[in-house]
Design a protein around this ligand. Structure first.
Ligand SMILES: Cc1cc2nc3c(=O)[nH]c(=O)nc-3n(C[C@H](O)[C@H](O)[C@H](O)COP(=O)(O)OP(=O)(O)OC[C@H]3O[C@@H](n4cnc5c(N)ncnc54)[C@H](O)[C@@H]3O)c2cc1C
Ligand SMILES: NC(=O)c1ccc[n+]([C@@H]2O[C@H](COP(=O)([O-])OP(=O)(O)OC[C@H]3O[C@@H](n4cnc5c(N)ncnc54)[C@H](O)[C@@H]3O)[C@@H](O)[C@H]2O)c1
Length: 472
């Protein structure tokens, strides 16, 4: 048994959250031990944000050819796509992102990296299984839990064997199948279903939810269903039965029956808390087996223990993992500060993009909320881009017009979503935003219609033209 390691901060997981936590602890001059069994390189760069966006980009490039034909390009029908070459490019780009991230992380961690899985013995005492089979005990003043999440893989998928993949293995495929059933149409399922479908794979999508991409607003949900069911079948609102045959998997719901070569299981991700021996080490867990923590401090109960990133199950996004790691690392070494969190922002890069910003519709009181809706049919730039189906829904406080939340499906939606998130975080009202400049012709010109709908419902009326303010 090696001698115990004494450290100021032990960090479990060298992903995005863990590395940001390390930066804060180092900045305060504290000693750090960062523990990870690998593979290093972060989920985002290895099997998440980056490879998925490369695949979407490749799919979008190929998808453009039909529009080019409409603008007089000849010979489009003679083009062919080598899908395996596309996927090889996706994994090469992925290796580049992940390789660089891993190299930078190894350099930053240096000798402070302990390679092996950690588990708790006590809230500030960890045991790490080293590659040589020995157990290393780490005693810390504070601990940051940042060991991420993994794809949900229910037992009932086990009989389907290696015909089931998740995004942990999808980008390693050497040969893309001719057909894929995408089970679960959240952000991952919809993004990957579209990428594969646009690359010529026959895709069937199924989700027990009524709408894909986690949308709860029925008006937007309906528009999203119409838009994307034109690309591949979306079987929504019921669970699909799956059965294995010699040459594939049969997917069945009341909406159809199809045989596919492979299933992409995109049923969500589960936090890796279950691997940490939390209950035996004395932590209190809620009925879902999760730790209680404060999202403004990342502190667990009142212990010198902090939890950041996907593992806390709250905002499983890269920029949130970075923020939470920073907050956790800061609070682990400097005493507790409560941090104001950024406005929630999530974007699926589905082209048109789908985004949800700020408060979700279901969390707003209908009696205190005004909604403005606008679509792309009257927006010149959307028409040029073939995106008349763009739809924006804005929600604002019924008394003041202060913007609370938005959801949208739009070409260039990633930019609109940022603009709206920034306005919401600055506490701007519909009137404020309406008084901003809108260039012509841009997709942003959709916004004034939705904003005016809100302003016209506000109790206090002004006889100035909408979008104009008196000089101060
Ligand atoms: C397909 C896909 C697409 C995505 N696209 C986006 C996107 O476009 N935008 C976005 O914002 N987010 C996206 N995400 C989410 C984003 O990737 C995650 O939110 C983010 O990477 C989480 O970072 P993390 O630090 O919490 O976890 P990770 O980066 O997973 O780090 C956790 C680390 O903990 C280690 N570990 C595990 N168990 C132990 C243990 N017992 N002991 C020690 N170490 C351990 C792991 O090896 C890993 O290195 C996507 C995710 C997926 C899967
Ligand atoms: N562009 C992005 O920002 C991006 C992209 C991908 C992933 N992510 C992050 O990764 C996280 C995980 O993504 P995800 O899409 O796997 O999870 P998710 O939780 O968003 O979606 C899972 C989907 O599976 C469905 N589902 C659950 N059980 C089912 C069943 N038995 N049959 C059919 N459908 C079922 C759910 O209804 C849901 O729609 C997301 O929450 C997101 O934070 C972000």
């Amino acid at each position: 048994m090696p001698q115990d390691i004494q450290t100021d901060v032990a960090i479990i997981g060298a992903g995005t959250a863990g590395l940001f936590a390390m930066k804060q602890a180092r900045k305060a001059g504290k000693s750090v031990t960062i523990i990870d069994p690998g593979p290093l390189g972060t989920t985002c760069a290895r099997v998440g944000c980056m490879p998925s966006k490369v695949a979407l980009h490749a799919a979008h490039l190929w998808d453009q050819r039909e529009e080019m034909a409409a603008y007089g390009a000849h010979g489009i029908e003679q083009l062919s796509l080598d899908r395996d070459a596309v996927w090889d490019r996706v994994s090469t780009m992925r290796d580049r992102f992940a390789g660089k991230t891993e190299a930078n992380a190894r350099k930053a961690m240096g000798d402070d990296l302990l390679e092996g899985p950690a588990r708790f013995l006590e809230p500030t005492v960890l045991e790490v299984a080293l590659p040589d089979g020995k157990q290393q005990v780490v005693r810390a003043q504070a601990v940051v839990i940042a060991n991420g999440s993994r794809p949900i893989m229910p037992d009932w998928l086990a009989p389907l064997g290696d015909r089931v993949v998740t995004t942990d293995t999808l980008f390693d495929l050497k040969h893309l199948p001719d057909s894929v059933g995408v089970l679960g149409l959240g952000a991952i399922g919809l993004e990957m279903g579209l990428a594969l479908s646009r690359l010529g794979v026959r895709v069937i999508g199924a989700d027990i939810a009524r709408f894909p991409a986690g949308i709860s607003d029925p008006e937007l949900g309906q528009q999203v269903v119409e838009q994307f069911s034109a690309e591949f079948p979306l079987w929504l609102g019921e669970s699909a039965e799956l059965s294995k045959e010699d040459d594939g998997i049969v997917m069945k719901t009341s909406q159809g029956r199809e045989k596919v070569d492979m299933i992409l299981a995109s049923l969500g991700r589960r936090p890796n808390t279950d691997t940490l021996n939390l209950a035996d080490a004395g932590f209190e867990l809620n009925d879902k087996g999760q730790l209680q923590f404060d999202p403004a401090t990342q502190q667990v109960q009142d212990l010198p223990v902090f939890i950041a990133g996907d593992v806390n199950g709250q905002r499983p996004l890269q920029h949130e993992a970075a923020d939470e790691g920073t907050i956790a690392g800061f609070n682990a070494v400097r005493g507790i500060t409560r941090f104001r969190r950024r406005t929630p922002l999530s974007i699926a890069f589905t082209h048109p993009d789908i985004a949800v910003v700020g408060a979700r519709l279901e969390d707003l009181d209908p009696d205190e909320t005004l909604t403005g809706t606008a679509d792309g049919s009257g927006n010149g730039r959307s028409v040029i881009l073939g995106a008349q189906s763009n739809l924006i829904r804005l929600h604002a406080d019924a008394k003041t017009g202060r913007l609370r939340g938005a959801s949208l499906m739009a070409t260039h939606g990633e930019h609109l979503a940022h603009l709206l998130a920034w306005a919401i975080q600055r506490g701007e009202t519909a009137q404020d935003l309406l008084a901003m400049p809108f260039y012509h012709p841009v997709v942003e010109e959709i916004l004034p219609d939705a904003l005016q709908e809100i302003v016209s419902q506000l109790p206090e009326k002004d006889d100035l033209p909408k979008g104009f303010l008196r000089e101060a």
